[in-house]
Design a protein around this ligand. Structure first.
Ligand SMILES: C[S@@+](CC[C@H](N)C(=O)[O-])C[C@H]1O[C@@H](n2cnc3c(N)ncnc32)[C@H](O)[C@@H]1O
Length: 323
């Protein structure tokens, strides 16, 4: 078996193990990380272009406006690695890279679990940014990052954009950022995109668009389990249900079973029972206020260098330094 084939097998086994654990839990859930297969990544790009999906436009505005300040706060004449965690199509990052080119000595390191997103990004870089030094890493954030700690001579600017931090609960975000802190060296920087609490209608519409693309993005998880794990989900037996709780900032999405049903998984050689109106939690996209962001930074041993808002104050890119 070749190395690539073996990596593919391991990923498949991890997916199977995760699904088995998630569907055996009292409250069924599957990590949003598994929404991003080839089709999921394509659908996410479609979501980013939707009129209701404000985060991309807001963050783009921030990066365009503050790219110079971000570079000034990052660069002290040394070599930098710009590490893009969950880079996706890297569209917004390109604003920074374009500005950094010729002004800083840097290498771009996008990391993503989605092979197709990374392939598209690589092709775009080769075609449109021929002079830009880069190294794409296909894998999970933290595993990939840890392998870079051994270069304390190189300052890192970690980008965690697109409100991907919101896919974690507050407690998970704290663990993730503590691990991130430990994988970095003193004075390394992290730019994190936080979606800010706002009119609940605006938030809910962003995850319940009128064209139904976000619903399709979530349903694609069932399609993926049918294809990769030999499951026999009937998509007609589920409905998509997103809900926002303004008291906690939690935006949660579910696929809800419309009927009593049993779904068989060939890869697991077992079935799962779904009761009528029983949900599978597929995604959380948590919203923050500044106090929560400050608490996160303090508790994970980072210092906030600067907060950059868009003009509507819908979104915040917060620049943190390792204490
Ligand atoms: C919300 S999108 C953000 C994409 C991009 N950073 C942006 O701001 O538009 C999340 C990205 O993270 C990737 N991703 C999700 N979980 C991951 C993980 N555990 N390790 C690496 N990449 C992951 C997905 O494939 C997807 O491309």
């Amino acid at each position: 078996m070749g190395a690539l084939e073996s990596k593919g097998r391991t990923e498949q086994n991890e997916f199977a193990k995760h699904v088995e654990e998630g569907l055996s839990a009292k409250e069924k859930r599957i990590s949003s990380m598994y929404l991003y297969d080839d089709e999921g990544s394509r659908l996410f790009e479609e979501i980013m272009d939707l009129p209701e999906y404000y985060p991309t436009r807001c963050e783009l505005e921030i990066l365009k406006k503050y790219k110079r300040t971000i570079l000034e706060l990052t660069c002290i004449g040394t070599e930098i690695y710009v590490v893009d965690l969950g880079a996706g199509n890297g569209l917004k990052t390109m604003v920074l890279l374009h500005y950094f080119t010729g002004r800083a000595n840097f290498k771009y390191v996008p990391i993503d679990i989605s092979k197709s997103a990374l392939n598209d990004l690589e092709n775009n870089l080769k075609l449109n940014y021929a002079d830009l030094p880069f190294e794409c890493i296909h894998g999970e954030y933290m595993e990939s990052l840890r392998s870079m700690k051994s270069r304390p001579d190189v300052r890192k600017l970690i980008l965690f954009l697109g409100s991907t931090i919101g896919n974690f609960t507050f407690r998970e975000a704290m663990h993730f950022l503590s691990d991130l802190h430990d994988a970095l060296n003193k004075d390394d920087l992290v730019l994190i995109g936080f979606d800010i609490m706002k009119d609940p209608h605006i938030i809910r519409s962003a995850y319940n668009d009128s064209k139904g693309v976000t619903a399709k993005f979530n349903f694609n998880l069932l399609v993926r389990m049918n294809r990769e794990l030999g499951a026999n989900f009937d998509l007609n037996n589920f409905l998509f249900y997103p809900m926002y709780d303004p008291s906690t900032g939690e935006m949660k999405s579910y696929l809800v079973s419309k009927t009593e049903q049993v779904v068989y998984f060939k890869a697991l050689n077992r079935s799962f029972q779904f009761h009528t109106w029983e949900p599978i939690h597929t995604e959380c996209s948590n919203k923050y206020d500044v106090k929560m962001i400050e608490e996160l930074a303090v508790r994970t041993k980072f210092e906030i260098e600067e907060n950059f808002y868009d003009s509507k104050k819908y979104f915040l890119d917060s620049l943190w330094k390792v204490r």
